[in-house]
Design a protein around this ligand. Structure first.
Ligand code: HEC
Ligand code: HEC
Ligand code: HEC
Length: 331
């Protein structure tokens, strides 16, 4: 039999559908059970999806034109009938699947981020410098929900960054808030100069870290308080405390700007199911995850200097500028 262009586009569409379905299943498998999807299968899946559109649209449109032109012929009647039955079936299945997705989406309630300063927050240095005397700032100038920079453990338990997580877990960065020496010095400072003064420490480590600084919950806790559940205290300089930094300045004293990372669906929700789904989503669409958390800035020593260079000036000591530690001397 002679191959018509209807048949040719039809067969090609069929082959491409199989390729798109298989690559989709492989990607789904990889996102569920492995830590990474393969770049090649991802590419095959995307290309085959667009190729399917490129062949299927001419295939169906040309058939519709053919049927319309031949609508008066008797021989075409059963074919048109079969086609419309096929179309109906396909539409019904598509509508059911779509309704299922709509149902899932409408049932999803994103965890609310509370990006407001607490009512009793003290703006001692003015409303335009809520985190002063630290030079750290948020990109909105507003507070960030305490959760926004937390959740380091999840990066490790997902299996994706286990090694980095284990290294971080025992690092000075992780202990920067729990550090006993630090807590001691800070509480003396709070007593002598008022709790706001300790925001100075907050951009770099703190009683609980950068996290509590930006969430506006920077209070001084006494030895009797139970700090074990506080995100900031436990995580110190968390993964996101560094990875959310978007620009920095060589001046030091935490003169950097953090941007609140937009999270994936379910990422900030409690529970094993939510965690499994959000890990799946991150791994099946890692592009956004990488784009939002990796920056050129991280390759430069200036990035570290933001916190590893420190001074005090008149605002803090009422006397004048004194250079403190500067690990990044040459910068
Ligand atoms: C500019 C960022 C920055 C600021 C602001 C800052 N620190 Fe630090 N701090 C560091 C760094 C970095 C280290 C680690 C230095 C090293 O070991 O090279 C450190 C180390 C320390 C240590 C020693 C920890 C140990 O166990 O070895 C103490 C204590 C400490 N800081 C207390 C404070 C207090 C209290 C404040 C607020 C008054 C403060 N720091 C403000 C960056 C900062
Ligand atoms: C002190 C700041 C800091 C902290 C804390 C931090 N990172 Fe990073 N991270 C960096 C910098 C800087 C780079 C870039 C290194 C480079 O490109 O050479 C990086 C790179 C990465 C990369 C890129 C891949 C690689 O191996 O180069 C991943 C993934 C990563 N970090 C995950 C994490 C996770 C997970 C945590 C928490 C457990 C974490 N980071 C904590 C600063 C930090
Ligand atoms: C958000 C602020 C911040 C950033 C950014 C940062 N650090 Fe730190 N770093 C600290 C603080 C605070 C400490 C001290 C914690 C403590 O001991 O209490 C520290 C401690 C360290 C230590 C341990 C020092 C010691 O004597 O034990 C090393 C090493 C270190 N940082 C390296 C880096 C490198 C490399 C980078 C850049 C990739 C970097 N840090 C970026 C705040 C920061």
């Amino acid at each position: 039999m002679k191959m018509s262009h209807f048949m040719l586009t039809g067969y090609i569409s069929m082959i491409i559908t199989v390729i798109a379905a298989i690559s989709g299943l492989i990607l789904a498998y990889q996102a569920v059970f492995l830590t990474k999807i393969s770049h090649t299968w991802d590419l095959i899946h995307i290309v085959s999806t667009f190729a399917l559109i490129a062949f299927l649209v001419p295939h169906t449109v040309l058939i519709m034109i053919r049927d319309y032109q031949a609508r008066k012929t008797v021989a075409i009647k059963p074919i048109i009938k079969a086609e419309s039955q096929y179309l109906q079936g396909t539409l019904i299945i598509a509508v059911i699947l779509f309704a299922f997705v709509v149902l899932l989406v409408s049932g999803y309630e994103p965890a609310k981020m509370n990006n407001e300063f607490p009512d009793d927050y003290s703006f001692l240095y003015g409303h335009d410098r809520p985190f002063a005397p630290s030079l750290a700032d948020t990109n909105t100038g507003e507070a960030f929900d305490a959760q926004s920079l937390g959740g380091s453990e999840g990066c490790g338990t997902s299996g994706c960054h286990q090694e980095i997580f284990e290294e971080w877990q025992v690092s000075a960065h992780r202990y920067s808030a729990m550090d006993v020496g630090f807590q001691k010095v800070q509480s003396v400072m709070a007593q002598q100069n008022g709790p706001e003064s300790t925001r100075y420490c907050g951009g770099c480590h703190d009683c609980h870290d950068p996290i509590s600084l930006f969430s506006g919950s920077k209070n001084i806790y006494t030895a009797e308080d139970d700090l074990t559940n506080l995100i900031g205290y436990q995580e110190g300089i968390s993964c996101l405390a560094c990875h959310a930094i978007k620009e920095t300045d060589i001046k030091g004293n935490a003169n950097y700007v953090v941007a609140q990372p937009k999270r994936y669906m379910f990422e900030t929700m409690e529970g094993d199911y939510a965690k499994t789904i959000s890990d799946f989503l991150i791994r099946s669409y890692p592009r956004y995850h990488v784009e939002s958390l990796q920056r050129k800035l991280f390759k430069s020593p200036e990035f570290c200097a933001g916190c590893h260079k420190q001074f005090i000036d008149e605002e803090i000591n009422q006397v004048g500028w004194v250079q403190l530690q500067s690990t990044a001397k040459s910068i």
